[in-house]
Design a protein around this ligand. Structure first.
Ligand code: B1M
Length: 215
């Protein structure tokens, strides 16, 4: 297979032997972020489709996810960084009950490389922990990620909890993850939250939202 098809195939097949060599070769013509967005994420999309239609079993999805993570970790040091620092601080977490973190970690990488300080709390984080960290670290924004449909409900409960604690105006919230839709966030959730809540389709929209909030 040609290089980029082979790389995409590696994600789908969960095959990491020779991964670094292929990535190194790909970087001679293509920036790391483009490799992630155009090639690797396309592989993850196929994995999602195969799993969703019952053609792929969970352990293989996990293998694909591991190869994806390895690839991103290998590419990250080669990514361009703005050099600017201290543009603002975000506490970032995958919500309670949800283990998906590839997207969240991409958001971390993009924001960190563009001058933001990211406090990445990891997966399955209850809102109490997220809020404690936000207060403790004096975060400018709270970011929550979740891929399960039930996570969209958890996000709503989390916003209600922030309201109840009286901190909504202090913390603009950014939400992302495959189960969300723009209209659910901008209509339904915005109606619930006493502060500002925004939807980011991908890590780049996350970056432009951060720039907007901090402007
Ligand atoms: Co799971 N999983 N999974 N899974 N998994 C999905 C989400 C699913 C859609 C697959 C499917 O059925 N087609 C489905 C959810 C269905 C639903 O809720 N209706 C599903 C399921 C069912 C499950 C389990 C329940 C399976 C089971 O156990 N029977 C289980 C859940 C466990 C749990 O969470 N409690 C499970 C487990 C797993 C693995 C562990 C095997 C693995 C995750 C490994 C890991 O993350 N460390 C996994 C994977 C890999 C997937 C799919 C295939 C790929 C997800 C992914 O990494 N995508 C996924 C299918 C899919 O999404 N179509 C699926 C790539 C990633 C870059 O995209 O995270 O969307 P994404 O991030 C994007 C944007 O959304 C955005 O930016 C990123 C790109 O720039 N973004 C943000 C994300 N967060 C953001 C936050 C922001 C801003 C932007 O600001 C805060």
């Amino acid at each position: 297979l040609p290089l980029f098809e082979r790389l995409e195939r590696r994600i789908v097949d969960g095959e990491r032997n020779g991964l670094e060599d292929d990535l190194t070769e790909a970087m001679t013509t293509t920036p790391p972020l483009t490799i992630i967005n155009d090639t690797l994420l396309s592989g993850m999309k196929t994995v999602g489709e195969l799993f969703g239609s019952g053609q792929m079993q969970l352990p293989f999805v996990l293998q694909s996810a591991e190869v994806m993570k390895t690839a991103v970790a290998f590419l990250e040091p080669h990514m361009e960084s703005t050099g600017a620092d201290g543009k603002g601080r975000i506490v970032l977490a995958t919500v309670k009950g949800d283990v998906h973190d590839i997207g969240k970690n991409l958001v971390d990488i993009i924001l960190s490389n563009n001058g933001y300080e990211v406090v990445n709390l990891g997966i399955k984080q209850p809102i109490a922990t997220i809020l404690d960290a936000a207060v403790d670290k004096r975060a400018d924004v709270i970011g929550m990620s979740g891929l399960l449909v039930k996570s969209t409900v958890v996000m709503k409960e989390n916003l209600e909890e922030l309201n109840a604690r009286g901190v909504a105006e202090q913390f603009p919230v950014m939400l992302g993850g495959a189960a969300l839709t723009r209209s659910y966030v901008e209509n339904d959730l915005a109606a619930v939250y006493d502060g500002q809540v925004s939807y980011a389709r991908d890590a780049f929209e996350g970056l432009s939202l951060m720039d907007k909030v901090m402007a």
